[in-house]
Ligand binder design. Sequence first.
Ligand SMILES: Cc1cc2nc3c(=O)[nH]c(=O)nc-3n(C[C@H](O)[C@H](O)[C@H](O)COP(=O)(O)OP(=O)(O)OC[C@H]3O[C@@H](n4cnc5c(N)ncnc54)[C@H](O)[C@@H]3O)c2cc1C
Length: 402
Amino acid sequence: MNDTDLFRKSAAKDTFSSPDFYAIDDLLTEEHLMIRQSVRDFVKKEISPIIEDVAQKAQFPYAIVRKMGETGVFGPTLPENLGGQGVDYIAYGLMMQEIERGDSGMRSTASVQGSLVMYPIYRFGSEEQKQKFLPRLGSGELLGCFGLTEPDFGSNPSGMLTHFSDEGDYFLLNGSKMWISNAPLADIAVVWAKNEAGRVKGLIVEKGMEGFSAPEIHGKWSLRTSITGELVFNNVKVPKENILPLADGLSSPMQCLDNARYGIAWGALGAAMDCYEAARKYSIERIQFGKPLAAFQLTQKKLAEMLTEITKAQLVCWRLGVLKNDNKATSAQISLAKRNNVAIALQIAREARQILGGNGITGEFPVMRHLMNLESVVTYEGTHDIHLLILGNEITGIQAFK
Ligand SMILES: Cc1cc2nc3c(=O)[nH]c(=O)nc-3n(C[C@H](O)[C@H](O)[C@H](O)COP(=O)(O)OP(=O)(O)OC[C@H]3O[C@@H](n4cnc5c(N)ncnc54)[C@H](O)[C@@H]3O)c2cc1C
């Protein structure tokens, strides 16, 4: 049996169902439950059978983009005539939970496309830009990326060097971006750059524009199913109609990040659930010293603590979703959820890997892949410590960033 057969065999055993210790399903509507089920079925059919294989080979399964588009996971809160599904934020969160249960790299593709490419065009774009790009991004016909981070400006994007000047007929763009998900394959890039007055603006840069390239970053041990690259702008002439007219200042990309971070809070929960379920099932089947691992108090402690943290994180997500639906969720509340849920997911992945013993390091189980993926998720979209500083600022009124 070759590796691919092995992974297919283990994926065929994908019997995942999410823990629901506090009957949180009772807080969901029929529509929420239906959407969660359809995305769960999609993951079992289209992601589980291939994911270990492509992760081992560090390949982005490009065909998944269209399939995700057909399933409706790109920008689902946007109106249906603009590429979305018109669903609420809890439905969106459940979609991200299920996709990241499959793999964080796949959820990254969905988050970038929906929250970081479609959302800014919807929120800050012109009517022409919306009509031109949103339906095709929603269906997965086009793939997008979001360029904020630079080689020397990650946690501090306000220092960005990428800039453009007004040349009358067009804008002339220069600079570079680093660590950009989807970049090498993206048809369009939403790029954040400073104008001559030093004000951050958003530009849509299209594949094929002269002077624009997007080389791939190789050698990642994390998010191996997601393609990451740089964006390089060397005197790129960007047509004037490609500026996002309503984007003004750093708060514009930050609003996009709030949406994506909200999805990550749910997504990390999905990865945590998958690790918990893998460890729980394994501990019941695996016999050591004449008993299942599950019969030892130390294993039970691990499992009980995992379920406790998952249940708390589920409640945080659900409540945050209600606040988002009411347009009341603050950036600091979203920081708390992203920070907490990724941290507990990492902790659960580590503990689950221990329960699986030697088997835990192989691709026969999803745990090591989740663990490695979560090392990126804890860093991108605001690191663990940056979210702590956002909360510290909220609590004290004192900024401790600088
Ligand atoms: C796989 C992957 C995909 C990504 N995709 C995208 C994307 O699509 N688009 C995009 O724009 N970016 C993307 N990023 C970039 C990501 O958002 C940045 O990596 C992240 O913001 C951190 O920036 P940095 O790596 O430059 O680290 P740095 O900012 O250099 O931080 C390094 C460490 O210093 C700490 N630190 C920094 N400042 C402070 C401070 N004031 N006080 C205390 N500690 C501090 C940080 O918490 C961190 O632990 C991606 C990154 C990865 C790894």
